[in-house]
Design a protein around this ligand. Structure first.
Ligand code: 5RP
Length: 271
């Protein structure tokens, strides 16, 4: 691995081998998602707990301060919307020149395995790897399911993750599922977990993240379950403890409760 690639990956994956990415890219197909209407306000209380920000170029340019001391993973696929025909019909939206100009530490692209656009999205990944590897920029593949959330089982996710790794992704982002070890074991590159729609309780979030880490994930790329919580800071602190401090679910829940009840952590997100 060349120095640039190593350097970028080391900004994202911390010396303990783990990572906590904060995605705020949802607007690229969901519009002003709940609690992400003003992304700069959303991230302000929680960015300190995270290792990197996952964001589109539009939000990056318009609201993220350029002196933000966090690496950027640039979302570079899109071209669809919640109200359009098919969320899987994505292309690569961002040129390699733009990726370099924005000083991205990595890029993220979705693949929709098993969809009508399987070939197109897998070729998006492959072509992006071809461009980005020339400049030492890691590509994170996102195994997306669109609106078909029921697809998220170990057999399907293992298939998607393995294909993404075979095509050159340096990191794969996927969903946690039952028997998650099957997903991780079949994937030769590091796996990070997305959260999906918000869980009922924070404890559920800590439980699946803890389970996934025990089964070999290197970290998380968790959005809605952090910033749609009533107490985003307290959730972020609990998650950071699981990812980087070896906390179990009980410890993470204690951290959550403590911060929630303290003056600082009790600051609820604005509705
Ligand atoms: C949205 C994404 C998100 O980055 C990913 O789904 C993680 O966010 P969440 O935890 O809210 O699911 O790719 O397009």
């Amino acid at each position: 691995m060349d120095w640039g690639m190593k350097n970028r990956l080391s900004q994202l994956i911390q010396p303990d081998g783990h990572c906590f990415f904060l995605p705020i890219d949802h607007g690229y197909f969901q519009g002003p998602t709940s609690c992400l209407e003003k992304p700069q306000e959303t991230i302000e209380p929680i960015i300190g707990y995270c290792d990197a920000l996952f964001v589109t170029r539009g939000v990056l340019r318009s609201v993220i301060p350029a002196d933000l001391n966090k690496p950027i993973i640039l979302r570079v696929s899109g071209g669809t919307s919640m109200v359009g025909k098919d969320l899987a019909n994505e292309d690569v939206t961002t040129s390699i020149e733009e990726i370099i100009r924005l000083n991205a530490s990595a890029v993220g692209v979705s693949v929709f395995v098993g969809s009508e656009y399987e070939h197109q999205t897998l070729m998006n990944l492959s072509k992006l790897v071809n461009s980005c590897e020339n400049y030492g920029i890691p590509v994170m593949a996102v195994t997306a399911v669109g609106k078909e959330l029921e697809k998220r089982d170990a057999r399907y996710l293992a298939l998607s993750c393995r294909i993404a790794a075979e095509l050159g992704a340096r990191v794969v982002k996927t969903y946690w599922c039952e028997n998650f070890e099957k997903v991780v074991c079949g994937c030769p590159v590091p796996v990070v977990m997305a959260g999906g729609p918000k869980c009922e309780t924070e404890k559920e979030v800590f439980e699946f993240v803890y389970d996934g880490m025990q089964k070999g994930a290197i970290g998380i790329n968790l959005g809605r379950n952090v910033w749609q919580s009533e107490h985003p800071q307290a959730v972020a602190a609990g998650l950071q403890a699981i990812i980087h401090k070896g906390a179990d679910v009980k410890k993470a829940s204690e951290i959550f409760q403590e911060l929630k009840n303290s003056r600082k952590g009790s600051t609820k997100r604005k509705k």
